[in-house]
Design a protein around this ligand. Structure first.
Ligand code: SF4
Ligand code: SF4
Ligand code: SF4
Length: 297
Protein backbone atom coordinates (compact mmCIF):
# COMPACT_ATOMS: atom_id res chain seq x y z
CA UNK A 1 0.00 0.00 0.00
CA UNK A 2 1.27 3.46 -0.85
CA UNK A 3 2.22 5.86 1.92
CA UNK A 4 -0.17 8.81 2.14
CA UNK A 5 2.11 11.87 2.28
CA UNK A 6 1.36 15.54 2.90
CA UNK A 7 3.89 18.34 2.51
CA UNK A 8 3.07 21.37 4.67
CA UNK A 9 4.66 24.76 5.03
CA UNK A 10 4.87 27.09 8.03
CA UNK A 11 7.06 30.23 8.01
CA UNK A 12 9.49 29.42 5.23
CA UNK A 13 10.80 30.42 1.83
CA UNK A 14 9.51 27.17 0.23
CA UNK A 15 13.08 26.39 -0.82
CA UNK A 16 12.97 23.02 0.94
CA UNK A 17 10.07 21.98 -1.25
CA UNK A 18 12.09 22.83 -4.35
CA UNK A 19 14.73 20.49 -2.96
CA UNK A 20 12.05 17.79 -2.52
CA UNK A 21 11.14 18.20 -6.19
CA UNK A 22 14.82 18.21 -7.13
CA UNK A 23 15.04 14.41 -7.08
CA UNK A 24 15.08 14.44 -10.88
CA UNK A 25 14.18 11.04 -12.35
CA UNK A 26 14.31 9.38 -8.92
CA UNK A 27 10.97 11.03 -8.20
CA UNK A 28 9.41 8.39 -10.48
CA UNK A 29 10.52 5.62 -8.07
CA UNK A 30 9.36 7.68 -5.11
CA UNK A 31 5.92 8.19 -6.67
CA UNK A 32 5.57 4.40 -6.88
CA UNK A 33 5.69 4.36 -3.07
CA UNK A 34 3.69 7.43 -2.07
CA UNK A 35 0.43 9.22 -2.75
CA UNK A 36 0.77 12.96 -2.26
CA UNK A 37 -2.50 13.87 -0.56
CA UNK A 38 -1.70 17.50 0.19
CA UNK A 39 0.95 19.91 -1.05
CA UNK A 40 0.61 23.57 -1.93
CA UNK A 41 2.26 24.30 -5.29
CA UNK A 42 1.86 20.66 -6.39
CA UNK A 43 -1.86 20.11 -5.82
CA UNK A 44 -4.97 22.15 -5.13
CA UNK A 45 -6.29 20.62 -1.92
CA UNK A 46 -7.73 22.99 0.68
CA UNK A 47 -7.36 20.82 3.78
CA UNK A 48 -4.71 18.48 5.06
CA UNK A 49 -6.33 15.05 5.49
CA UNK A 50 -5.26 12.45 8.03
CA UNK A 51 -2.22 10.78 6.56
CA UNK A 52 0.71 8.45 7.18
CA UNK A 53 3.54 10.92 6.83
CA UNK A 54 3.66 14.70 6.95
CA UNK A 55 6.76 16.63 5.94
CA UNK A 56 6.73 20.03 7.63
CA UNK A 57 8.91 22.84 6.34
CA UNK A 58 9.43 26.17 8.10
CA UNK A 59 9.68 27.54 11.60
CA UNK A 60 6.95 28.44 14.08
CA UNK A 61 6.86 32.18 13.89
CA UNK A 62 3.19 33.18 14.20
CA UNK A 63 0.18 32.11 16.26
CA UNK A 64 -1.18 30.52 13.08
CA UNK A 65 1.99 28.43 12.65
CA UNK A 66 1.67 27.30 16.25
CA UNK A 67 -1.96 26.16 15.86
CA UNK A 68 -1.21 24.50 12.53
CA UNK A 69 1.73 22.56 13.98
CA UNK A 70 -0.55 21.12 16.69
CA UNK A 71 -3.19 20.20 14.08
CA UNK A 72 -0.66 18.57 11.77
CA UNK A 73 0.67 16.48 14.64
CA UNK A 74 -2.84 15.14 15.24
CA UNK A 75 -3.31 14.30 11.55
CA UNK A 76 0.04 12.57 10.99
CA UNK A 77 1.01 9.05 11.99
CA UNK A 78 4.59 10.20 11.49
CA UNK A 79 5.86 13.74 11.17
CA UNK A 80 9.22 14.79 9.76
CA UNK A 81 10.74 18.26 10.18
CA UNK A 82 12.33 19.45 6.96
CA UNK A 83 15.15 21.98 6.71
CA UNK A 84 17.01 24.33 9.00
CA UNK A 85 13.92 26.49 9.70
CA UNK A 86 11.85 23.55 10.99
CA UNK A 87 14.78 21.86 12.77
CA UNK A 88 16.47 24.83 14.45
CA UNK A 89 14.45 27.97 13.68
CA UNK A 90 16.67 28.81 10.71
CA UNK A 91 16.86 32.25 9.13
CA UNK A 92 13.45 33.43 10.52
CA UNK A 93 14.76 32.85 14.07
CA UNK A 94 17.39 35.54 13.59
CA UNK A 95 14.68 37.94 14.67
CA UNK A 96 14.99 36.38 18.15
CA UNK A 97 17.80 38.86 18.70
CA UNK A 98 15.11 41.55 18.83
CA UNK A 99 11.74 42.15 20.42
CA UNK A 100 8.62 41.91 18.25
CA UNK A 101 8.13 45.69 18.55
CA UNK A 102 11.65 46.34 17.32
CA UNK A 103 11.11 44.04 14.36
CA UNK A 104 7.79 45.66 13.39
CA UNK A 105 9.17 49.16 13.89
CA UNK A 106 12.16 48.55 11.72
CA UNK A 107 10.25 46.68 9.01
CA UNK A 108 7.21 48.95 8.75
CA UNK A 109 8.70 52.44 8.44
CA UNK A 110 9.47 52.81 12.14
CA UNK A 111 5.74 53.29 12.85
CA UNK A 112 4.18 51.01 15.43
CA UNK A 113 0.95 49.36 14.38
CA UNK A 114 1.53 49.48 10.62
CA UNK A 115 1.66 45.67 10.45
CA UNK A 116 -1.73 44.52 9.20
CA UNK A 117 -0.95 40.87 8.47
CA UNK A 118 -3.51 38.25 9.50
CA UNK A 119 -1.30 36.53 12.08
CA UNK A 120 0.23 37.61 15.34
CA UNK A 121 3.98 37.23 15.49
CA UNK A 122 5.10 35.08 18.42
CA UNK A 123 7.61 36.82 20.68
CA UNK A 124 10.27 34.30 19.61
CA UNK A 125 10.53 32.01 16.59
CA UNK A 126 10.55 28.33 17.56
CA UNK A 127 11.72 25.10 16.01
CA UNK A 128 9.12 22.40 15.37
CA UNK A 129 10.42 19.98 17.98
CA UNK A 130 10.14 22.63 20.71
CA UNK A 131 6.35 22.61 20.19
CA UNK A 132 5.37 19.12 18.99
CA UNK A 133 6.85 15.62 18.84
CA UNK A 134 8.88 15.13 15.70
CA UNK A 135 9.75 11.63 14.43
CA UNK A 136 12.72 12.60 12.30
CA UNK A 137 14.61 15.75 11.29
CA UNK A 138 16.19 16.45 7.90
CA UNK A 139 18.66 19.32 8.37
CA UNK A 140 19.98 21.76 5.77
CA UNK A 141 19.05 24.97 4.00
CA UNK A 142 17.86 23.51 1.81
CA UNK A 143 18.06 19.80 2.69
CA UNK A 144 19.46 17.25 0.28
CA UNK A 145 16.90 15.54 -2.00
CA UNK A 146 18.52 12.18 -1.06
CA UNK A 147 17.43 12.65 2.55
CA UNK A 148 13.76 12.83 1.50
CA UNK A 149 14.23 9.59 -0.43
CA UNK A 150 15.82 7.93 2.62
CA UNK A 151 12.84 8.91 4.77
CA UNK A 152 10.38 7.44 2.28
CA UNK A 153 12.46 4.28 1.70
CA UNK A 154 12.76 3.64 5.44
CA UNK A 155 9.20 4.62 6.45
CA UNK A 156 8.29 4.07 9.27
CA UNK A 157 11.63 2.81 10.64
CA UNK A 158 13.46 6.11 10.65
CA UNK A 159 16.01 4.77 13.17
CA UNK A 160 17.52 2.90 10.22
CA UNK A 161 18.58 6.20 8.67
CA UNK A 162 22.07 7.05 9.83
CA UNK A 163 22.80 10.67 9.02
CA UNK A 164 26.44 11.66 9.63
CA UNK A 165 27.03 13.06 13.11
CA UNK A 166 30.60 14.40 13.05
CA UNK A 167 31.53 17.97 12.11
CA UNK A 168 31.75 19.11 8.52
CA UNK A 169 35.55 19.38 8.77
CA UNK A 170 35.65 15.56 8.68
CA UNK A 171 34.13 15.41 5.21
CA UNK A 172 35.74 18.61 3.91
CA UNK A 173 38.53 17.98 1.40
CA UNK A 174 40.36 21.25 1.98
CA UNK A 175 43.83 20.80 3.49
CA UNK A 176 44.36 21.29 7.21
CA UNK A 177 47.86 21.83 8.58
CA UNK A 178 47.94 24.12 11.59
CA UNK A 179 44.36 23.06 12.42
CA UNK A 180 45.54 19.51 13.10
CA UNK A 181 48.76 20.47 14.89
CA UNK A 182 48.89 19.34 18.54
CA UNK A 183 50.63 22.63 19.37
CA UNK A 184 48.02 25.37 19.29
CA UNK A 185 49.07 28.38 17.27
CA UNK A 186 47.07 30.95 15.35
CA UNK A 187 46.17 29.71 11.90
CA UNK A 188 46.12 33.35 10.80
CA UNK A 189 46.94 36.66 12.46
CA UNK A 190 44.11 38.40 10.65
CA UNK A 191 40.42 37.62 10.15
CA UNK A 192 39.57 38.03 6.50
CA UNK A 193 36.37 38.32 4.57
CA UNK A 194 36.07 35.56 1.94
CA UNK A 195 36.67 37.96 -0.95
CA UNK A 196 40.01 39.05 0.58
CA UNK A 197 41.73 35.68 0.14
CA UNK A 198 42.77 33.73 -2.94
CA UNK A 199 41.06 30.47 -3.89
CA UNK A 200 43.35 27.67 -2.72
CA UNK A 201 42.95 24.13 -1.43
CA UNK A 202 43.67 25.24 2.16
CA UNK A 203 41.06 25.21 4.93
CA UNK A 204 39.33 28.57 5.27
CA UNK A 205 40.32 28.94 8.91
CA UNK A 206 43.96 28.60 7.87
CA UNK A 207 43.34 31.46 5.45
CA UNK A 208 41.88 33.52 8.30
CA UNK A 209 38.31 33.22 7.02
CA UNK A 210 35.57 32.23 9.47
CA UNK A 211 34.12 28.90 8.39
CA UNK A 212 31.35 27.33 10.46
CA UNK A 213 32.31 23.78 9.41
CA UNK A 214 34.11 23.30 12.68
CA UNK A 215 30.80 23.64 14.61
CA UNK A 216 28.42 22.22 12.01
CA UNK A 217 27.07 18.73 11.46
CA UNK A 218 28.45 16.94 8.41
CA UNK A 219 26.22 15.39 5.77
CA UNK A 220 26.00 17.99 3.01
CA UNK A 221 29.15 16.69 1.34
CA UNK A 222 30.82 20.09 1.73
CA UNK A 223 28.52 21.79 -0.79
CA UNK A 224 29.84 25.28 -0.09
CA UNK A 225 33.46 24.69 0.92
CA UNK A 226 33.92 22.59 -2.22
CA UNK A 227 32.92 25.71 -4.22
CA UNK A 228 35.35 27.98 -2.34
CA UNK A 229 32.58 29.38 -0.14
CA UNK A 230 32.94 29.10 3.65
CA UNK A 231 30.33 27.06 5.50
CA UNK A 232 27.59 29.10 7.18
CA UNK A 233 26.28 26.27 9.34
CA UNK A 234 22.97 25.28 7.74
CA UNK A 235 23.15 21.65 8.90
CA UNK A 236 23.06 22.93 12.48
CA UNK A 237 25.20 21.77 15.36
CA UNK A 238 26.46 18.19 15.59
CA UNK A 239 23.77 16.12 17.35
CA UNK A 240 25.83 15.16 20.41
CA UNK A 241 24.48 16.18 23.79
CA UNK A 242 26.03 19.45 24.92
CA UNK A 243 26.65 20.67 21.34
CA UNK A 244 23.27 22.39 20.89
CA UNK A 245 24.74 25.88 21.13
CA UNK A 246 26.30 26.12 17.67
CA UNK A 247 27.43 29.73 18.14
CA UNK A 248 29.23 29.05 21.41
CA UNK A 249 30.73 25.91 19.84
CA UNK A 250 32.08 27.99 16.97
CA UNK A 251 33.50 30.75 19.19
CA UNK A 252 35.14 28.28 21.54
CA UNK A 253 36.57 26.25 18.63
CA UNK A 254 38.20 29.23 16.94
CA UNK A 255 39.19 31.22 20.03
CA UNK A 256 42.52 29.42 20.27
CA UNK A 257 43.36 29.46 16.57
CA UNK A 258 42.36 32.99 15.51
CA UNK A 259 43.10 36.29 17.28
CA UNK A 260 40.28 36.55 19.81
CA UNK A 261 40.26 40.36 20.03
CA UNK A 262 39.71 40.62 16.30
CA UNK A 263 37.02 37.96 16.51
CA UNK A 264 35.02 39.93 19.08
CA UNK A 265 35.40 43.13 17.07
CA UNK A 266 34.18 41.41 13.92
CA UNK A 267 31.01 43.04 12.69
CA UNK A 268 27.92 40.90 13.27
CA UNK A 269 29.78 37.90 14.68
CA UNK A 270 26.59 36.74 16.44
CA UNK A 271 24.64 36.95 13.20
CA UNK A 272 27.26 34.70 11.64
CA UNK A 273 27.55 32.04 14.32
CA UNK A 274 23.80 31.81 15.05
CA UNK A 275 22.53 32.26 11.51
CA UNK A 276 20.52 29.03 11.49
CA UNK A 277 20.23 27.83 15.06
CA UNK A 278 19.34 30.78 17.29
CA UNK A 279 16.04 29.26 18.41
CA UNK A 280 17.90 26.29 19.93
CA UNK A 281 19.30 28.48 22.69
CA UNK A 282 16.10 29.74 24.22
CA UNK A 283 17.71 30.65 27.51
CA UNK A 284 20.43 32.83 26.11
CA UNK A 285 19.57 36.49 26.39
CA UNK A 286 21.35 38.20 23.54
CA UNK A 287 20.27 41.48 22.03
CA UNK A 288 21.73 43.21 19.06
CA UNK A 289 21.43 46.93 18.61
CA UNK A 290 19.88 48.21 15.39
CA UNK A 291 23.28 49.58 14.46
CA UNK A 292 24.47 45.98 14.08
CA UNK A 293 26.61 45.87 17.21
CA UNK A 294 26.31 43.02 19.67
CA UNK A 295 25.24 43.30 23.26
CA UNK A 296 24.93 40.59 25.92
CA UNK A 297 22.27 41.01 28.59
S1 SF4 B 1 15.51 25.76 5.52
FE1 SF4 B 1 16.26 27.21 3.98
S2 SF4 B 1 15.31 26.52 2.07
FE2 SF4 B 1 14.15 25.59 3.76
S3 SF4 B 1 12.47 27.02 4.18
FE3 SF4 B 1 14.16 27.54 5.56
S4 SF4 B 1 15.26 29.20 4.46
FE4 SF4 B 1 13.99 28.13 2.94
S1 SF4 C 1 36.84 24.82 8.93
FE1 SF4 C 1 35.75 24.82 6.98
S2 SF4 C 1 37.33 24.83 5.39
FE2 SF4 C 1 38.30 24.20 7.32
S3 SF4 C 1 38.24 21.98 7.30
FE3 SF4 C 1 36.42 22.69 8.41
S4 SF4 C 1 34.82 22.80 6.85
FE4 SF4 C 1 36.78 22.70 5.76
S1 SF4 D 1 28.82 23.73 3.62
FE1 SF4 D 1 27.77 24.45 5.48
S2 SF4 D 1 26.38 26.06 4.76
FE2 SF4 D 1 27.03 24.88 2.96
S3 SF4 D 1 25.45 23.31 2.70
FE3 SF4 D 1 27.07 22.39 3.96
S4 SF4 D 1 26.41 22.78 6.09
FE4 SF4 D 1 25.22 24.14 4.78
Amino acid sequence: MRIKVAYCILTSCTGCKISFLDMHEKILDVLEKIDIVYSQMIQDHREVPECDLIFVEGSISTDEDYKEALELRKKAKYLVAVGACACFGGIPAMRNFYSTDEILDSTYSQKKGRYTGPNELLPKVKSLSSVIDVDFEIPGCPPLPENFIEVIDNYPNFDNIKLPTKTLCVECDLKKEKLLSPIREFTSLKINDPYEVDDTDMCFLERGVLCMGIATRSGCGGRCVGMQVPCRGCFGPPPQEGSEDQGAGMISAVASILPTGRLIAKEDILGLVYRYSLSMITNLQIKRTNEGGNKDE
